[in-house]
Ligand binder design. Structure first.
Ligand SMILES: C[S@@+](CC[C@H](N)C(=O)[O-])C[C@H]1O[C@@H](n2cnc3c(N)ncnc32)[C@H](O)[C@@H]1O
Length: 196
């Protein structure tokens, strides 16, 4: 998308305007708010990890819904949000030694997004690689009954991802928040109750 088109879209986007009015760091906050409204994961989670956390719009929502939540936030870019309950790790998530972190989480969130090329199937394959990598970490970071919410851009790898998740969770569904642009292939996969 050309930068002028992008600026126009931002200027007229009701969720961008709402985010500015409410003091959210990104319009993405509304997606997590909708997910929470439907599934109530945050309020019952003490320890939460977020992959792709910057600038911090989702962390704002987590702390708004559960001020006692302890968050491990991971991103390549700096977080704008600083808070005593957030342990921020500024790294490529693939380079972190999760064994030495020695932590498990009640809720695993991923809004991670690789840089886009504009070529739909390439972008889909890139985000799918990230998702497979995160799924491979589940045995280290998930408890029995942990919930997992992950963003994907729809495409061919999805079937395999859903199959993998179905073998590891009690229930797997899709959720498309209203704040997710209608013309975007973005959708969230919601996997409930990790089976050890
Ligand atoms: C859509 S943004 C996340 C927005 C965030 N959830 C919020 O509400 O503020 C996607 C993020 O994924 C991060 N990201 C992309 N590749 C990454 C990687 N390999 N390791 C860690 N973070 C990565 C980007 O830096 C970017 O900040």
């Amino acid at each position: 998308m050309k930068s002028k088109e992008w600026l126009n879209r931002q200027k007229n986007d009701p969720f961008v305007i709402k985010a500015q009015n409410k003091g959210y760091l990104s319009r993405a906050s509304f997606k997590l708010l909708e997910i929470e409204k439907k599934f109530h994961f945050i309020r019952k989670s003490n320890n939460i990890i977020e992959f792709g956390s910057s600038p911090g719009g989702w962390c704002q929502v987590i702390l708004e819904c559960n001020i006692n939540a302890k968050i491990t936030a991971i991103d390549l870019s700096e977080m704008k949000l600083k808070h005593g309950n957030i342990q921020f790790i500024k790294k490529d998530f693939k380079t972190i030694d999760y064994k030495s972190l020695n932590k498990k989480y009640d809720l695993i969130l991923s809004d991670i997004a690789p840089n886009t090329t504009g070529h739909k199937s390439t972008d889909h394959l890139r985000i799918s690689t990230y998702i497979h990598d995160i799924i491979d970490l589940l045995n280290l970071i998930a408890y029995k009954n942990t919930n997992f919410v992950i963003k994907i851009w729809k495409g061919t790898e999805e079937k395999l991802i859903i199959e993998k998740l179905k073998s590891q969770f009690q229930k797997v569904t899709y959720f498309k928040p209203n704040a997710s642009r209608k013309d975007s292939s973005e959708i969230f996969i919601v996997a409930q109750d990790f089976i050890i």
